[in-house]
Write a protein that binds this ligand. Structure first.
Ligand code: CA
Length: 334
């Protein structure tokens, strides 16, 4: 595999707390020998597990970015054993723009794995994350929220591996995170382009989240992100000393997101009126909402229906839609 061109002064094998940047070569008209400086922290204390904590995979999902910046300021080597690698704004150009995708190459980081060391910045980033950071980690955590266009009930996500023991460790990890709901993603029909999919060949314990969104920093979602990450440090024995946060006693409800039957798309362009809210339980065939044609008031609205049964975990925010916008997605009990 070709070596990444992203460089950092941080020594991943050194004990102590190092906070700096990874430098992505970006030679442009305004800066001939320029680099994009991506914040990176490594806190290590001797032998032990390595956890990779990542946020800002999508730049407009803020709770994880804030939670990890707080953790960088607070965490000290004496509090841990092993290694904590923190990448708080993974697609840094997108995070600085407050956008899902990079303004440089329009790249959606979570659709570019396994990336390309000779590609544009987003592709270089996913290649570096997979071949350098994920390679070093035993546990990988990717904090998402709904972003600008979606709202989510707080859920954790992990995935099934061919190795049942890894799957079991993943389920234990999402339970430790403290999620009320945990989505177990399947290998079948998997999109190789996501961060979670990149764990496939490496058998890494993977924890993802979807928390609130709306392009804001939600109070509850931020709390879930902060306490969840702390619980993971405690669960994996990385955190030393007295627990900061009580561990959950109830297991999460395991959910699965099925294929197309769990998604509802706008059937036409217009203004979408929802009939249900987040957290609602719906049945197949139930009306989900309707698109209104504001320019033609006598035209009857176009109805959209749920195609499957389940819990409404995700809902689109903006009222204006075009045909093909996802307006809801469901999950159902495993
Ligand atoms: Ca996301």
């Amino acid at each position: 595999m070709t070596v990444s061109r992203i460089r950092t002064e941080i020594d991943f094998s050194a004990d102590g707390k190092q906070v700096g940047w990874a430098h992505l070569p970006h030679s442009v008209h305004e800066s001939a020998y320029g680099v994009i400086a991506i914040p990176l922290a490594v806190i290590r204390n001797g032998e032990g597990p390595t956890i990779l904590l990542m946020a800002g995979n999508h730049g407009d999902e803020y709770e994880g970015q804030v939670a990890l910046a707080k953790l960088i300021r607070r965490l000290e080597p004496g509090q841990i054993r092993g290694r904590v690698i923190i990448l708080p704004a993974a697609n840094f150009p997108a995070a600085m723009a407050g956008k899902r995708t990079s303004p440089i190459d329009q790249g959606n980081l979570n659709r570019t794995f396994p990336g390309d060391p000779r590609g544009t910045p987003t592709w270089m980033l996913s290649h570096w994350i997979e071949t350098v950071l994920m390679e070093m980690a035993d546990i990988v955590v990717d904090l998402h929220s709904g972003g600008s266009s979606l709202d989510y009930i707080p859920i954790c996500m992990t995935r099934r591996f061919e190795d049942a023991a890894v799957t079991e460790a993943c389920v234990a990890a999402v339970q430790a995170f403290g999620a009320r709901y945990a989505v177990l993603m399947d290998l079948i029909g998997e999109d190789r382009t996501t961060f979670a999919a990149a764990t496939r060949t490496r058998n890494r314990i993977v924890v993802g989240t979807e928390m609130a969104g709306k392009g804001t920093v939600g109070i509850e979602a931020l709390e879930i992100a902060e306490t969840g990450v702390q619980r993971l440090l405690q669960h994996f024995g990385i955190w030393q000393g007295a627990p900061l946060v009580a561990m959950p006693t109830e297991p999460p409800t395991l959910l699965e997101v099925k294929g197309v039957e769990h998604y509802v798309y706008a059937p036409d362009a217009g203004v979408f009126e929802s009939f249900v809210d987040l957290g609602a339980r719906v049945v197949a065939g139930q009306p989900a909402g309707q698109v209104h044609f504001i320019d033609d008031p006598m035209r009857p609205p176009a109805l959209a229906h749920f195609r499957g049964a389940g819990l409404v975990v995700c809902k689109r925010l903006p009222g204006r839609v075009v045909r093909g916008d996802c307006v809801f997605h469901l999950a159902s009990e495993v």
